[in-house]
Design a protein. Structure first.
Length: 57
């Protein structure tokens, strides 16, 4: 039986004055001073992983 791959789940965490986006797949974005930019990094990652995980026809 082949196991389904788990969906990507992103979070943002703070380290001092920096925010980082992270994903359950192991991806981590760059440290940002803007929390909004860290959230945008996470959204962009989800957009690229969704299209990368979808088979091309």
């Amino acid at each position: 039986m082949h196991a389904e791959s788990s969906p990507h789940t992103t979070t943002t965490t703070e380290r001092g004055s920096f925010a980082l986006a992270r994903c359950s797949c192991g991806w981590s974005g760059p440290a940002r001073r803007s929390r909004e930019r860290a959230r945008t990094d996470a959204s962009e990652h989800l957009g690229t992983t969704t299209s990368a995980d979808t088979p091309q026809h």
